[in-house]
Design a protein around this ligand. Sequence first.
Ligand SMILES: [Zn+2]
Length: 171
Amino acid sequence: MEWSLRVGTIAGTAIRLHVTFVLLLAWIGLMQYRIGGAEAAVSGVVFILAVFGCVVLHEFGHIAVARRYGIKTRDIMLLPIGGVARLERIPKEPRQELAIAVAGPIVNVAIALIIIAVLGGFEVGAVLQPQNPRQDFLVGLAGVNLFLFFFNLVPALPMDGGRVLRSILAM
Ligand SMILES: [Zn+2]
């Protein structure tokens, strides 16, 4: 028993929600409901789901590159702290490990750039001072993706940055 719900399978990789992630969603919904009613609860939960959609895309960045090296991924577990893709093995070749490690954060930068392009560019200050709800959603999502990019590149295991550092040192 892994305390997780399987929500679907994409290209042979199962997507699982850990029970603590489901509790996080319920907690955010409840907090937002107490602050701003049903509408706030829905938009809070939708935002978190959008963030975790980006986390899943990040994991699929790793998975797609790993697959090119013949490594399958059994599943992705979504936890409140982020996603974990469970690869069948870690490549022995440092260059391959490097390529797999950077593929995830690159996805977050790509998402942030696409959102910024869609919005026609935005002032960095807009991330800190929300104004219009619809634009705030996209600005917030772009901000979260930039955060995920930098956060994942922290050079410590088990972060992607730790894998990048390990593979560079191995070369
Ligand atoms: Zn990653």
